[in-house]
Design a protein around this ligand. Structure first.
Ligand SMILES: *[C@@H]1O[C@H](CO)[C@@H](O)[C@H](O)[C@H]1NC(C)=O
Ligand SMILES: *[C@@H]1O[C@H](CO)[C@@H](O)[C@H](O)[C@H]1NC(C)=O
Ligand SMILES: *[C@@H]1O[C@H](CO)[C@@H](O)[C@H](O)[C@H]1NC(C)=O
Ligand SMILES: *[C@@H]1O[C@H](CO)[C@@H](O)[C@H](O)[C@H]1NC(C)=O
Ligand SMILES: *[C@@H]1O[C@H](CO)[C@@H](O)[C@H](O)[C@H]1NC(C)=O
Length: 414
């Protein structure tokens, strides 16, 4: 009798342990030396190749350089996706590729669905063959393999971290990384980013609860831009990037007067606010940047912060010695992106806003768009997403985010 009870307790204990943490966790590294982009490593093919890829919320699919010369992706289990198939249409296939420099290998096959693989850093679209192959997933779920993971064999790695051989597509599509992993592993279509400032952060697929403490999450709907913001699209397609409904912006608690037309989409989908892991810092339309910076510098003067010379594209810098700090970071005027109501906002503290550019100088890590009429008015960049949990729930189309983890004396690399 006693041994039966013991057995039951053990069984339920292991069940609850299995359910306790996000099923899939990939470590994320930031290329702090150069590009300030974030990457992780997938295990693709047979034998498994380790392929490091730059995270992007903007790419509809994953693409990489399939050439074997450096870091071999020399798989025997790949399959080309054929032209004029449903899989090709569903992926947004645009044309058909062949290859005359046989023998066949990934990136050189006939009758292969062509996808447009976009590198934002040289603004180049490669016509890239679509393939599927085995993806091995670091998972505590019962299944750990995606048997037909879709990707494209592209080329042109300009601007990516040296380690990275392509881009991991996290947009809101059926062939995105998270959609494929969650569907194959029978997990909810939810993923979360905990981007590191240094060390190793996390890409989590399948939803919480999470193994680290995040505090309460703020929830806001994912807003759909009716016009695609992809590099290549069919007219009439909505965007599959992640937009937020920012209604107003406060600096030091006071709403800033700005042209609020920019916060909404015009008839061609210009305007609005999105999240981006490929912009190292938040980029604002000049019609928003100017009033925000005026409000920030005025409030900073009130705090006796002393201006220092510009640094690169940072135009608002301060002598570090004039900026107070506490255990949560620098104390500067806070900036709130106010969302669906006044009690729902994305609050940026000194730990999010200030970038140390030298021993003596800190700059506001928000920059003015170089374009006169940028596609998106507010692009929240990597630095402002770091060290907090940002969860993308594609089941109910909601975004949830934590306060900066430093306010709980931790970070994404703990
Ligand atoms: C690819 O793998 C095959 C079989 O394992 C091997 O014969 C071939 O040399 C490999 N090619 C490259 C470029 O590594
Ligand atoms: C593709 O088809 C052409 C024409 O039939 C053939 O010459 C070529 O070897 C094929 N390429 C591959 C990679 O199979
Ligand atoms: C507000 O911005 C829109 C979009 O750029 C522009 O068309 C409009 O003229 C601006 N309004 C004012 C009052 O500046
Ligand atoms: C934006 O979407 C609307 C509605 O689908 C369409 O009429 C318009 O042409 C689109 N604009 C662009 C630039 O694609
Ligand atoms: C604001 O929005 C949140 C999330 O949608 C909701 O829970 C809350 O009740 C709203 N607060 C007010 C004051 O409307």
């Amino acid at each position: 009798m006693a041994s039966t009870t013991f057995f039951i307790i053990l069984a339920s204990l292991s069940l609850s342990l299995a359910a306790a943490a996000a099923a899939v966790t990939y470590p994320i590294t930031k290329d702090t030396a150069k590009t300030r982009l974030y990457y992780t490593t997938l295990q693709v093919g047979t034998p498994p190749s380790s392929i490091s890829l730059t995270l992007t919320l903007a790419s509809q699919f994953t693409w990489f350089d399939c050439e074997t010369k450096n870091n071999a992706y020399n798989s025997t289990s790949y399959n080309p996706v054929r032209c004029s198939t449903k899989a090709c249409d569903d992926a947004g296939g645009a044309g058909c590729l062949g290859c005359t420099n046989g023998p066949p290998k990934p990136g050189c096959t006939n009758d292969t669905c062509a996808l447009g693989a976009y590198n934002p850093f040289n603004d180049f679209i490669a016509s890239a063959g679509m393939y599927t192959d085995i993806l091995r997933v670091p998972s505590t779920a019962a299944k750990t393999v995606v048997s037909a993971f879709p990707f494209a064999c592209a080329y042109g790695l300009n601007g990516l971290p040296k380690m990275s051989r392509g881009m991991l597509g996290l947009a809101m599509t059926k062939i995105s990384f998270q959609a494929q992993v969650s569907s194959a592993l029978k997990l909810p279509n939810i993923f979360a980013l905990c981007l590191p400032s240094t060390g190793t952060g996390k890409l989590l697929v399948g939803g919480g609860p999470y193994s680290f403490s995040t505090g309460d999450l703020v929830e806001t709907p994912i807003v759909i831009n009716p016009n695609s913001t992809a590099a290549m699209y069919f007219v009439g397609e909505p965007s599959d990037e992640y937009f937020l409904g920012v209604k107003s912006i406060k600096v030091a608690g006071v709403a800033v007067a700005l042209n609020s037309t920019l916060l909404t989409f015009d008839k061609d989908g210009y305007g609005g606010t999105k999240l981006s892991t490929i912009d190292p810092h938040t980029v604002l339309h000049s019609g928003i940047y100017k009033p925000i910076v005026n409000a920030f510098t005025a409030a900073a003067r009130g705090m006796k912060m002393k201006r220092a010379a510009n640094y690169g594209y940072f135009k608002v810098c301060y002598a570090a010695s004039s900026v107070a700090n506490d255990r949560h970071g620098r104390i500067v005027p806070i900036i709130d992106l106010v969302l669906q109501n006044v009690s729902t906002y994305w609050r940026m503290y000194g730990s999010d806003l200030m970038v140390r550019v030298s021993n003596d100088v800190l700059c506001l890590g928000i920059v003015e768009s170089s374009e006169k009429n940028p596609r998106t008015a507010i692009v929240v960049g990597g630095r402002q997403m770091e060290n907090r949990l940002v969860e993308f729930d594609l089941v109910v189309s909601k975004l949830r985010f934590s306060q900066p983890l430093i306010r709980r004396s931790t970070s994404c690399s703990h």
